[in-house]
Design a protein around this ligand. Structure first.
Ligand code: NAD
Length: 364
């Protein structure tokens, strides 16, 4: 057996329908009395409900949340946190709201309680991200790891299928890539395979009947497992590419994940035979093809062109992805990256993603 290292991460999970009603108790459990509530503006009624649930514990609210955490907006949230001398943040929303909470926590060293309403999984990780100009910076810092997460699938019921499906594929990407990213270990791989199985089975069922709370719960559970994998195993080609494209072209994170994942797996397939085979077993067929087909079945976007990437963006991104990929399990060259991005841009059938790839990489 291969030796491994495992830095297990702390964190309290409260999972179940209606569990948001325990919010105030969970905040007190953190020893906090002055909360900044950070919420994305998707639902005013929900925001009001959370203000009431927090009562006197809520001293300020920030709702100017945007994807990829623009630095200027994050600075406003931090200024608010300072002004009100907060001692904790509560986030309500998707990965973007969580991202703002992390930005505040990094600066103020305050604990975070996150209540996710998508399947992005950021609430499980010590990974922060911030965008300045067209560059998205990410880093790993334990101060940005949320202390408590409340998973309440009732909060996801209003998430439209066009967002929910790709968001679930974002979670699937955490599980898939978590099987071969550099931090993977036997324990995270167990969790990743279960996450992939649950997400692959329940995402189409949830998309077919978005009001089915049981399916919503399963997908949220899968997203939790996938986020826990990402938090320890880390990321590889797929996520690095998404961060670059997200920064350059401000593409929607969930949709980008749905498009890029099968191609990232396809280009890596010759080099990650072991994890790829285990993922294929969990999904019941060739992993990249199964995921490509899942995107089709749930009507998720299948090309970067479709989600707004400009055609000349491929050449802009190639050198950045080549450079970033040198940190990956299998570093890619310029031809490989161009091929990979072009295939994802066009939404080409998967076999094209293999064209021009070197066969010289050794298998793991
Ligand atoms: P998001 O948070 O931007 O949400 C997408 C859209 O869904 C928004 O318009 C939001 O208002 C809406 N929405 C959210 N919940 C809703 C609900 N229940 N009902 C109706 N509408 C709802 O997108 P996301 O995909 O959740 O998160 C993306 C961001 O998270 C990106 O910036 C990404 O980089 C980051 N992320 C970070 C990590 C990490 O570990 N640091 C992991 C995953 C994602």
């Amino acid at each position: 057996m291969k030796p491994f290292e495992y830095d297990a991460l702390p964190g309290r999970i409260v999972f179940g329908l209606g569990k948001r009603t325990e919010l105030a108790n969970e905040v007190r459990r953190l020893g906090a009395t002055r909360v900044l509530l950070i919420a994305d503006p998707h639902d005013d009624e929900r925001l009001q409900e959370f203000r009431e649930l927090l009562g006197d514990l809520c001293v300020a609210t920030f709702t100017d949340v945007a994807q990829h955490v623009p630095r200027a907006k994050a600075s406003q949230a931090i200024a608010l946190a300072r002004e009100f001398e907060i001692d904790a943040t509560v986030s309500l929303g998707g990965g973007s709201a969580t991202g703002f909470s992390k930005a505040v926590a990094l600066e103020m060293a305050t604990p975070q309680l996150c209540v996710p309403t998508t399947y992005a999984g950021s609430e499980l990780t010590p990974i922060w991200g911030m965008t300045e100009g067209d560059t998205k910076q990410t880093g790993r810092d334990l101060r940005s790891l949320p202390a408590t997460v409340i998973y309440d699938a009732e909060l996801t019921i209003g998430l439209p299928v066009e967002i929910a499906g790709p968001s679930a594929m974002n979670a699937l990407a955490h599980a898939a890539e978590g099987l071969y990213a550099k931090g993977a270990n036997p324990v995270t791989s167990l969790i990743a395979l279960e996450a992939a199985r649950v997400l692959y089975e329940h995402t189409p069922l949830m998309c077919a009947d978005p009001s089915d709370i049981e399916q919503r719960s399963f997908v949220l559970y899968g997203a939790y497992l996938a986020g826990a994998t990402l938090a320890v195993a880390g990321t590889d080609l797929h996520h690095r590419t998404n961060h670059i494209l997200g920064g350059l072209f401000n593409l929607d994170h969930g949709k980008m994940n749905a498009v890029v994942l099968p191609y990232a797996l396809a280009v890596n397939k010759p080099a990650i035979a072991g994890p790829y085979g285990r993922l294929s077993d969990a999904l019941g067929g060739d992993a990249a093809s199964a995921i490509f087909d899942l995107a089709r079945r749930i009507n998720a976007p299948r090309s970067l062109a479709e989600i707004g990437m400009p055609a000349d963006g491929i050449e802009q991104a190639v050198p950045l992805v080549v450079e970033a990929s040198q940190k990956d399990v299998w570093p890619l060259n310029e031809i490989q990256v161009r091929n990979f991005l072009r295939a994802a841009y066009e939404g080409s059938e998967l076999y094209e993603a293999f064209l021009g790839l070197s066969n010289s990489r050794t298998e793991s």
